[in-house]
Design a protein around this ligand. Structure first.
Ligand SMILES: Nc1ncnc2c1ncn2[C@@H]1O[C@H](COP(=O)(O)OP(=O)(O)OP(=O)(O)O)[C@@H](O)[C@H]1O
Ligand SMILES: Nc1nc2c(c(=O)[nH]1)N=C(CO)CN2
Length: 225
């Protein structure tokens, strides 16, 4: 995928979800003031095997498959990852929606952080991003200054696109369940419907990524793409 192809998909996603693309852009400019200006710290991950941990119900079933490699935990998946896994994530990819104290504790202990800017997390960026000065920033819109676009939409599929960008030897998805969304306590009917649409796009994007890697996308608690 290249940026032009991504921006076409992004247009389809934002149209289908009713997302304002200008607000996404404004959010990136705000985030760019708070964080690291380069991605050099990512070099150490080049060419490795990657395990991406999502927040599907089936996540605990897949955690045993992690052996060596780089572990990326997607946002709120950090809560059950902390409960069930005895290792620390190498990277957390977040739109600052997950447990901030837990994310900050991992960060203080060396976990790298990729913060995603979008139009619906501007308040969280203003409130929390100064706690993470060595984090990298991403956008789903046009990249600007120190804010990159590695492609992808939800924290989970964006993590997989980051692994692809880092030339991953293998990408294993754990805790990706497309049959049933994981409901957070504060979700109402509208947010459940919104989340289902997001997950639809996450799956579509992961299928595209799998086909770029000449892999067949087969749903299970451990998916290799
Ligand atoms: N069944 C599932 N329910 C929720 N997330 C899932 C599921 N299966 C896989 N995931 C992946 O886990 C990632 C982390 O979950 P999380 O609940 O933090 O979602 P999110 O992307 O931050 O969405 P939102 O900000 O809308 O809550 C998601 O981005 C998604 O890609
Ligand atoms: N504008 C906007 N962009 C997003 C959103 C969202 O709620 N609003 N959620 C995402 C992943 O969960 C990714 N991108």
């Amino acid at each position: 995928m290249n940026l032009i192809q991504w921006l076409k998909i992004y247009e389809d996603i934002t149209d289908s979800l009713g997302i304002n693309r200008n607000e996404d852009l404004i959010s990136s400019f705000i985030l760019s003031n708070y964080i690291n200006s380069n991605e050099n710290f990512l070099k150490k991950y080049h060419g490795k095997n990657f395990f991406i941990v999502g927040n599907g119900k089936n996540m605990p079933d897949g955690l045993n498959s992690i052996s060596g490699g780089v572990v990326i935990v997607a946002d709120s998946a950090v809560t059950r990852f902390h409960e069930y896994a005895s290792i620390k994530p190498d990277i957390i990819v977040t739109d600052l929606d997950g447990d901030i104290n837990l994310i900050h504790n991992y960060y203080k202990n060396g976990t790298d952080l990729i913060i995603h800017a979008h139009g619906d997390n501007i308040n969280k960026i203003l409130k929390y991003s100064s706690k993470f000065p060595r984090a990298m920033g991403t956008t789903q819109n046009i990249p600007i200054k120190n804010i990159k676009n590695y492609f992808g939409f939800t924290d989970g599929d964006r993590s997989a696109f980051l692994a692809k960008y880092l030339n991953a030897s293998s990408i294993i998805l754990i805790g990706f369940c497309f049959k049933e969304v994981t409901i957070k306590p504060y979700y109402d009917e509208n947010s459940i419907a919104f989340k289902k649409k997001k997950l639809f796009w996450a799956r579509k994007l992961l299928e595209i990524l799998a086909s770029e890697r000449h892999k067949k996308f087969i749903e299970s608690s451990v998916i290799e793409i």
